[in-house]
Design a protein around this ligand. Structure first.
Ligand SMILES: Cc1ncc(COP(=O)(O)O)c(C=O)c1O
Length: 309
């Protein structure tokens, strides 16, 4: 049987359902329960009848909470016209590509990458261009390699650090190097996928590109979501901050496809984002323990060498 990545997810679930003791590792999904502030707010929203259509790209109340989150966690100031909410980070990224890509436009994707990126780019008529990240660099994107990949056709660079799947991160200095290159190429916009923001285990806090290089603010779409940091994969809420014209174009795409994300999930996300993310520290301890077990076990296999992400 030939299995694709998505088949793997279903296949593992079937095995678990039939009583097999297997762990599906194809999808990044916290096994923690949804943070309780969100769960309670979701139940409350149903009881309060918040079950109708909402504003197409997110309720003003959720956008306020996202504005607060961006400012609190990322020192980024976005007003409500600069914020878009979708059915998962997936849809945010897809909307941005659908709204901006023309045939022949190139999108630089550092490898290894989350499997959906090149597919989304291709579905929107763009051409993915891959730039290798290396284990010796901690899987960070090398600025010279980036510069060599940029052409006059480059429209977007995708950054995803902490990275799925490598676990690589880019610290302030790494991002400053990337910003230097981007300043020489004003045609390049950046989609920074910060979905794994809370899975950075270093002493230095996570930093995002627009935070490190405020002069590039207008060229950056900062993407994040509830799935990983709040264990809300099934609720399907993702969001982005960016230029109002881009955000407006993304809203138009969304309004023709799905319209608003689930009203109940939006109410839940709002409460979770307003609360400070204190749950993260406990989760990180558990993730670190698990990481260490897996890395040790992998390195005990003859012929496999795994760096600690
Ligand atoms: C790197 C990355 N970005 C975005 C997403 C999308 O997450 P969601 O659509 O659940 O918000 C995922 C999910 O696995 C991911 O791994």
């Amino acid at each position: 049987m030939k299995l694709t990545k998505l088949d793997f997810y279903d296949f593992a679930r079937e095995l678990v359902a039939s009583g097999e003791d297997v762990i599906g590792m194809s999808t990044g999904e916290p096994d923690f329960d949804t943070v309780s502030s969100a769960a309670e707010a979701g139940i409350e929203a149903i009881r309060a009848g918040q079950t109708k259509y909402t504003a197409g790209d997110g309720t003003p109340a959720l956008k306020e909470a996202i504005k607060h989150k961006f400012l609190r966690d990322n020192e980024l100031s976005y007003d409500l016209k600069q914020i878009s909410v979708s059915t998962g980070g997936k849809q945010v990224i897809y909307n941005a590509m659908a709204a901006t890509l023309n045939p022949g436009d190139e999108v630089i994707i550092p490898t290894p990458y989350w499997v959906l990126y090149p597919v989304m780019v291709a579905m929107c008529g763009g051409t993915p261009v891959f730039v290798k990240c290396h284990s010796k660099d901690g899987f960070a994107l090398n600025s010279e390699a980036l510069e060599a990949a940029i052409t006059t056709k480059t429209k977007w660079l995708f950054l995803n650090f902490p990275n799925n799947p490598s676990g690589g991160i880019m610290d302030r200095k790494d991002l400053e190097g990337i910003a230097e290159v981007l300043r020489r190429h004003p045609n390049v916009h950046v989609m920074t996928d910060d979905m794994y923001e809370f899975l950075q285990f270093t002493k230095e806090r996570f930093v995002s590109l627009a935070q490190v290089a405020p002069d590039l603010y207008d060229r950056v779409l900062t993407v994040n979501g509830m799935s990983k940091g709040y264990a809300m994969t099934g609720w399907r809420i993702g969001f982005a901050g960016g230029r109002p014209d881009l955000i407006g174009a993304m809203a138009k795409v969304q309004s023709q496809i799905t319209a608003n994300p689930c009203s109940i999930a939006q109410a839940a996300a709002e409460k979770a984002l307003i609360a400070s993310p204190d749950h993260v520290e406990g989760w990180q301890k558990i993730y670190i323990e698990r990481r260490d077990i897996v890395i040790k076990a992998l390195n005990n296999i003859n012929g496999i060498q795994a760096e600690t992400p």
